[in-house]
Design a protein around this ligand. Structure first.
Ligand code: NAD
Ligand code: IPM
Ligand code: MN
Length: 370
């Protein structure tokens, strides 16, 4: 029987297709062993789409994304396309997907698996048991604000302009996601901005506070300047439960949080929009890392962030929480068994290739299903 779970896969560039291969193996495994199938479609995004169509995201691909229950993306970008005009760079393909699908809430969980406590660049006691959720605003702020551009001032000077803009409703909708998530976790939200220097930060702080007082007074709320938050994340990260912040600060703080978990190759993400009248909501799942041009084509990439992103898709888009947990448990078991890709800074552990890590995870899934 044809599956009604539609998933659009966009492997992208660099290590994107390499890590996506391991997801396909898990998809196949689910079909055989769990009788859970997906109507899969694959298409191009980023540099690979530029090479084929001259644009980083073809309109036909955008239409497929609009029609799919979920999109799973590998990574985009690379040196080959770095000097293209800004409007057609690989990264614009990803930004278009986020904007046109209305994916304003980007959930970036940073969880330190117990086996990787020793792999963090921080002391074990600082990261042991770490479980924080960064909620990054994804369709506004300085990424999309107008005016923007580079202008020639005619006197040998050029001027680059970007604009940080937020409206009340943009702040409320992402803060609501953070408060709702907090209620199901540690019930604490830290909201980060720079209200000391930016008007958009003042508005952010006031509106998050207003929403809290009106609807979420039961949830603990703290406001913190984003620079202090960056410092606190490496000083005492376990003070955080849910962090809510803007597009740019969220980008930076989530890469920083990745290193608390052992490697950027471990961090998944889910980007969600609001449900429409029929209850349907767009969603895109992707690892937090990029296309890693320095290791692309070498079978060195860690596929775990992408596998965990697929697990998030199972949980948030397909109501398959048990299957998501199976994947997360398999990852945990494989790490506990000592297997590591090269990005994980563990001493004295076997370093394995992308596909060997995938093999081990599928074997672990087999054990769970037996
Ligand atoms: P990056 O995340 O690609 O790489 C940073 C470092 O982490 C590199 O040393 C890389 O080898 C390593 N790394 C990242 N993911 C890894 C994995 N799964 N396994 C092992 N090591 C891993 O960031 P960058 O180098 O700043 O950017 C490279 C390109 O990727 C740029 O074109 C950038 O725009 C793009 N990018 C895309 C996304 C995305 O598609 N969502 C995210 C970030 C960066
Ligand atoms: C990310 C990336 C993207 C971002 C780029 C590739 C557009 O860094 O997803 O974290 O800045 O949002
Ligand atoms: Mn980033």
């Amino acid at each position: 029987m044809a599956s009604n779970r539609s998933l659009l896969v966009l492997p992208g560039d660099g290590i994107g297709p390499e890590v996506m291969r391991e997801v396909y193996r898990v998809v196949e495994w689910m079909d055989h062993r769990r009788h859970v199938s997906f109507a899969l479609q694959e298409d191009l995004v980023g540099g690979s789409a530029i090479d084929a169509h001259g644009v980083p995201l073809a309109d036909a691909t955008m239409e497929k994304a609009q029609a799919a229950d979920a999109v799973l993306l590998g990574a985009v970008g690379g040196p080959k396309w770095d000097n293209l005009d800004f409007s057609v760079k690989p990264e614009r393909g990803l930004l278009r997907l986020r904007k046109e699908l209305g994916l304003f809430a980007n959930l970036r969980p940073a969880i330190c698996f117990s086996a990787l406590v020793e792999a963090s660049s921080l002391k074990p006691e600082i990261v042991e048991g770490l479980d924080i959720m960064i909620v990054r605003e994804l369709t506004g702020g300085v990424y999309f604000g107008e005016p923007r551009g580079i202008e020639d001032l005619g006197n040998g000077e050029r001027r680059g302009v970007n604009t940080q803009v937020y409206t009340t409703s943009e702040i409320h909708r992402v803060a609501r996601v953070a408060f709702e998530l907090a209620r199901k976790r540690g019930n604490r939200v830290t909201s980060c901005e720079k209200a000391n220097v930016m008007e958009s930060g003042v508005l952010w702080r006031e509106e998050v506070q207003k929403l809290h007082d009106a609807e979420y007074a039961d949830v603990g709320l703290e406001h913190m300047y984003a620079d202090n938050a960056a410092m606190q994340l490496v000083r005492a990260p376990k003070q955080f439960d849910v962090i809510v912040t803007d597009n740019l600060f969220g980008d930076i703080l989530s890469d920083e949080a990745a290193m608390l978990t052992g490697s950027l190759g471990m961090l998944p993400s889910a980007s969600l929009g609001d449900a429409d009248a029929t209850g349907r909501r767009h969603a895109l799942y992707e690892p937090v890392h990029g296309s890693a041009p320095d290791i692309a084509g070498k079978e060195l990439a860690n596929p775990i962030a992408t596998l965990l992103s697929f697990a998030m898709a199972l949980r948030y888009s397909f109501d398959l929480a048990d299957d998501a947990t199976m994947i997360e448990t398999a990852v945990q078991q494989v790490l506990a068994g000592g297997l590591r890709t090269a990005d994980i800074m563990s001493t004295g552990k076997a370093k394995v290739s992308t596909s060997t890590m995938g093999d081990a995870i599928v074997r672990e899934l087999d054990k769970q299903a037996a």
